[in-house]
Design a binder for this molecule. Structure first.
Ligand SMILES: [Mg+2]
Length: 379
């Protein structure tokens, strides 16, 4: 079996996320945007697909490497791409993730087996937490939203409070300084609204100083929060070592550190976090799976960041003790998350009435693309 082509399919779609000059988007009117799907073709007529991909990188860097290779040799291709990335920053770790996910999808389609079973297969559902958009409004808005999520069946709820947003001027703002006191007010209102039996987390998206992170951590302990995620910029590892020593609440990081499994293995040895965090943008399914197993060996959780089919499959390939939650969202009042985007026939993370996300039993990643829409809007 040989790879005969890799292409990035671009198509017109829509979004309501609007980037600001500070790099974090705000919610607004629906505007046109460009979607991408990467397709890897073979001489046996089996293809693999993944959402995302950069056309220029795939054409100039990835294609010359993998054309003619056996697509089932994912580990060899993963190491080649990792070496290229380390050497010249192309492909990026996110682009490696897209290629790797497409290769896992291809294997699953060839074998007629869903990816979570190819990896191991630990369970067919994973507990979800409702993950909010940031900057939804004041504490009462979050409290009401958390109650609505609880009524839908969610057993856990994660607050993104004020991120790149000044709640006093109600306008976009730099990442730092953050608003720790205002964030804690939101967290307190949510806890008071939902009662003691809902699992709660806070993700401030790196907006605090070390002193602020310690203060917020201690406040969250009083409110019985489960984890404090990515509270400071993650390039300052010593700050994280000091934070994890200073507070009892679990620190869940790093979300954005480059180097994938390799740099995260160092974080474990440094004692810089209590729970690990990663996603397919740091080395794809192969990279995440390596890290999940390292975490299992050290007896710490590996909590997957972000939504999408690969994360549902990774979580369901691992036992609950290692990957406890799936991040479902981002959610906001008035927006129906269960409606798929126009280029998909179904969402990739359907949920039951008990707040569990169900993994697809379709071969591969099981993403149901709407090819009529994609072809009609192809660029
Ligand atoms: Mg996060």
């Amino acid at each position: 079996m040989k790879i005969t082509d890799i292409e990035v399919i671009h198509f017109r779609t829509t979004t309501r996320g609007h980037p600001t000059k500070w790099g974090y988007g705000v919610w607004g009117d629906e505007v046109e945007s460009v979607g991408a799907i990467t397709k890897i073709s073979t001489d046996e007529g089996v293809d693999g697909y993944m959402i995302g991909g950069n056309k220029a990188t795939m054409e100039t860097v990835v294609k010359p490497l993998i054309l003619g290779e056996n697509p089932l040799h994912r580990e060899k291709i993963w190491h080649w791409l990792d070496q290229m990335s380390t050497f010249g920053h192309r492909p990026s770790e996110g682009e490696i993730g897209v290629v790797d996910c497409a290769l896992w999808d291809l294997l699953g389609r060839k074998a007629g087996v869903p990816v979570y079973q190819l990896l191991g297969g630990a369970r067919d559902q994973v507990k979800a937490y409702a993950s909010t958009y940031p900057n939804l409004g004041g504490p009462e808005v979050y409290a009401e939203h958390a109650l609505a999520c609880k009524a839908e069946g969610y057993k856990a709820y994660k607050v993104h409070a004020y991120i790149c947003w000044n709640p006093h001027t109600e306008a976009p703002a730099p990442q730092l300084p953050g608003f720790p006191k205002e964030d804690v007010e939101i967290c307190r209102a949510v806890r008071e609204a939902v009662g003691d039996d809902m699992v709660l987390m806070l993700d401030p998206f790196g907006v605090y100083t070390l002193d602020e992170a310690i203060w917020v951590g201690r406040e969250l302990e009083k409110l019985n929060y489960y984890w404090l995620e990515h509270p400071m910029i993650e390039t300052r590892v010593e700050s994280y070592r000091r934070l994890t020593r200073a507070v009892d609440i679990a620190i869940c990081s790093p979300e954005h550190v480059p180097g994938g499994v390799f740099s995260r293995a160092e974080w474990i040895l440094q004692g810089a976090c209590d729970m690990m965090r990663t996603d397919i943008n740091y080395g794809g399914i192969t990279g995440c799976w390596k890290l999940i197993n390292i975490c299992q060996a050290y007896g710490i959780q590996c909590e997957l960041h972000g939504t999408g089919a690969p994360h549902v499959h990774l979580a369901c390939a691992a036992p609950e003790a290692t990957c406890r939650y799936y991040e479902r969202g981002l959610l906001r009042p008035g927006v129906d998350y269960n409606q798929p985007p126009p280029y998909l026939k179904a969402i990739t993370d359907p949920i039951d009435s008990e707040g569990n996300v169900i993994v697809s039993q379709n071969p591969g990643l099981g993403i149901e693309y709407d090819w009529d829409y994609i072809e009609a809007n192809r660029i």
